[in-house]
Design a protein around this ligand. Structure first.
Ligand code: ADP
Ligand code: ZN
Ligand code: ZN
Length: 726
């Protein structure tokens, strides 16, 4: 009889002891246990011969679910690090790291895969009989050469071709477990590639020099400078060694176009992990990667937990993107975890961006990361010129100045596409009474409702609550209700009547909702079905729009006055990324930014000197203000129905830290958004010049915080290295 210490998803910072008799259990194996009246699935963390509890009262493990651990030692170690660094319960960390299907107790054995093979008839069929069905013919040709084809036949040749051949009884599908020998390596076939330019070649050889050991690179290249090409050529070396590559991309960046580039270059299956997959699909990619059957795995944030049999390289594309930081539960940063993982796996990590996060840039400047730069656009493309447009005292039509409408007209007449960015979706950000000035507010969030005309609704963008657009003012009964400000919907309507001869398309989280909708929109843009593209943040995320020559940014002035010290950095990244959408192909492009503050030093610096210059200056400012990356922060957040409770709770926490060495306490203060969903929100910020001092202080106090009597009355959380102060 031994004691097994199990990580269970219980909000407690501890392991749970169970009795066990039988063959030794390796850490990382799942077990079923009962916890009070509940049955839970946990993960074996360690085995011990003693317990701090009364052994006679311990329960036994009820079932062992795996023959082999679902986490390898590296991933277990990373889970341990996450729990310790983010001060998060280990059981919850382990749950976060595993696919949902495994949390629910599904088998961790790899499932059979669908293969296509020739029928007897198919083996002797003359290909010319399929001359009128080119896709079917191509698929049959391949099968006659290759015998077995994995399920990717459907995505490569289309479901219709597969169906056609099946109906003609030329091919059949069989289910088969992939054998260990049938890895991706036999499919590897490298397509033609461009010759790397000098800077790319230097970057590629720097990465190649460090394969098979830990090293972190910042690939800092302007938009369109060929960063992806650098990844591809580095990946080629790794695949040639028979090793696997894991690539992280931002939440909305994972489109079929992205995946296609990797698939096409190497001819192998690419494992894809994104939020649109069902639990089974996700598990399958996990298993295939763990057993070494995938050469390339691409995924969003949580893909960083994907196990690999033979890891060779990690890549984090658009490393500055906010979606890499999880904003609830285990608030980890996938980029930081990637650094830890590359270190543990002893493999290189490439962080790529045209607008590196200041944290990352600082690590490159101080020599922790190797700084690889690409200054020029690849091929013949040139960078868009950038300008500000003064809109003081200008009449705006649906948010656009006349001068900008004229410029749009010029570009459209030349057959180019024009892109407009506006950071508010809906028709208008507020509904106001013309008689008395009353503004319709969401009472739960103390925030104006956004007007959505198409839905005929007022909607709160903070809590999602909605109501029908009223006919009369609540306060004075007047029927003169007017919408204030401009959102995507209104802009789209206005442009449609101003430029009736051109087609426009709106891309925001309302219109892009639904499966494959964004992909369809992106391809219709690339097929030139639309000339005017209107959208929100989604537009800035790395998509290629080769025919766009004018990017117009309507209103970002709000960010110039934000209370969040990261606002300037995010604004500069957004503007630079948006400008990067223009002039990608041979057509030169321009970007115009409408502003009431054309002389603002940030805008002037960014537009005249570029992001790199801005970033160096911003780092200096952070240094003078003792802000990250020159200090380290942790944010306690509390919310409650009573502002008093939230405040008092945080104040008690503050007192716990009053004597901590080298740790400074700021607050409690109201969150940037003080009220949300009827709850009052407060924050307490801890800051220290040393990461270790902050870690130590929190480590000493965290258990005490849980026993504070208000801890049960407020909802609270701890965010280490917080990114978001809203
Ligand atoms: P980034 O990832 O930096 O935005 P991409 O890798 O997407 O840039 O490259 C932009 C465009 O330039 C792509 O169409 C790509 O095929 C092309 N390209 C990249 N490197 C080269 C090169 N060395 N020669 C010619 N074209 C290139
Ligand atoms: Zn009124
Ligand atoms: Zn609300």
């Amino acid at each position: 009889m031994v004691i097994i210490r199990v990580a269970l998803s219980i909000p407690k910072r501890q392991l749970f002891d169970y009795l066990y008799e039988g063959p030794a259990l390796a850490p990382g194996v799942r077990v079923a246990v009962s916890f009070g009246p509940r049955k839970l699935i946990g993960v074996v963390w360690e085995t011990s011969d003693k317990s701090e509890w009364d052994v006679s009262k311990l329960k036994s493990i009820e079932a062992v679910l795996d023959d082999e651990p679902i986490f390898n030692p590296t991933l277990l170690k990373l889970c341990g690090w996450l729990a310790q660094y983010y001060k998060h319960p280990i059981g919850d960390v382990v749950q976060t790291a595993m696919p949902v299907a495994l949390r629910k107790g599904e088998s961790s054995q790899a499932k059979p895969i669908e293969y296509w093979t020739l029928s007897n008839v198919g083996q002797s069929t003359d290909l010319s009989s399929l001359s009128r069905a080119p896709k079917q013919r191509a698929l049959l040709t391949l099968l006659q050469e290759k015998d077995l084809l994995k399920s990717k036949a459907k995505s490569d040749f289309g479901a219709a071709a597969v169906k056609g051949l099946t109906e003609k009884e030329l091919i059949t599908s069989i289910e088969k477990r992939p054998s260990k020998e049938s890895t991706w390596q036999q499919d590897l076939l490298i397509q033609d590639k461009p010759i790397a330019n000098v800077e790319q070649a230097i970057a590629i050889s720097c990465i190649e020099a460090k394969l098979n050991q830990y090293s972190c690179f910042l690939l800092d290249g302007i938009t369109g400078s060929g960063k992806t090409e650098v990844y591809l050529q580095a990946i080629e070396q790794v695949l040639n060694q028979g090793k696997q590559v894991l690539i992280l991309v931002p939440e909305i960046g994972l489109t079929p176009q992205t995946v296609h580039r990797f698939k096409y270059r190497f001819g192998i299956d690419v494992g894809i992990l994104h939020s649109g997959l069902n639990n089974n699909e996700r598990l399958q990619v996990w298993q295939q990667s763990a057993s070494g059957q995938l050469g390339i795995i691409i995924g969003t944030r949580s893909a960083i937990f994907t196990p690999m049999l033979k890891p060779g390289l990690l890549i984090v594309d658009e490393e500055h993107d906010a979606s890499y930081k999880q904003q609830d539960g285990l608030r980890y940063h996938a980029r930081d975890l990637a650094v830890m993982r590359a270190h543990e796996e002893n493999i290189p990590l490439v962080l790529g961006s045209a607008t590196p996060a200041l944290e990352t840039l600082n690590n490159a400047l101080n020599g922790k990361y190797q700084h690889l730069k690409l200054h020029e656009r690849a091929g013949n493309a040139s960078l868009a010129t950038q300008h500000v447009f003064d809109i003081r005292q200008q009449q705006l039509k649906f948010g656009v100045a006349q001068g900008m409408l004229d410029r749009m007209s010029q570009h459209l007449q030349q057959g180019s596409q024009v892109m407009l960015f506006i950071n508010r979706r809906g028709y208008a950000p507020a509904l106001m009474c013309h008689q008395c000035g009353f503004v319709e507010h969401c009472k739960r969030c103390d925030n104006p409702y956004t007007v959505h005309k198409q839905l005929f609704k007022l909607q709160c963008h903070h809590c999602g609550s909605a109501k029908t657009i009223p006919k009369n003012c609540q306060q004075c009964q007047s029927n003169e209700l007017t919408s204030m400000g401009v959102g995507t919907e209104q802009l789209e309507q206005g442009l449609a009547s101003h430029f009736p001869q051109y087609s426009s398309i709106r891309i925001d989280s309302d219109s892009a909702r639904g499966k494959n909708k964004l992909d369809k929109m992106l391809s219709s843009i690339n097929n030139n079905e639309h000339q005017i593209l209107i959208g929100t943040q989604i537009l800035s995320k790395g998509h290629h729009f080769p025919n766009v020559t004018l990017v117009l940014i309507l209103d970002l002035d709000g960010a110039l006055f934000s209370a969040d010290y990261r606002a300037a950095e995010h604004l500069a990244q957004l503007i630079t990324q948006l400008a990067g959408r223009a002039g990608r192909a041979e057509k030169p492009g321009e970007m115009w930014l409408q502003t009431h503050d054309p002389g603002h030093p940030l805008l002037q610096d960014l537009i005249n000197n570029g992001y790199a210059h801005f970033a160096q200056y911003a780092l200096l400012e952070r240094q003078h203000a003792n802000l990250p990356p020159y200090s380290f922060q942790a944010l306690f957040k509390a919310q409650a129905l009573s502002a008093r409770d939230a405040f008092d709770f945080l104040q008690q926490i503050g007192q716990l830290f009053s004597t901590a060495d080298n740790v400074y306490c700021l607050g409690p203060i109201p969150a940037l958004m003080e009220k949300r969903q009827g709850q009052y929100r407060m924050q307490l910020l801890l800051q220290s010049p040393q990461r270790s001092a902050l870690q130590k202080a929190i480590g000493q106090q965290i258990n005490k915080i849980e026993t504070l009597n208000l801890a049960n009355k407020v909802r609270w959380s701890l965010d280490i290295d917080p990114q978001d102060f809203s």
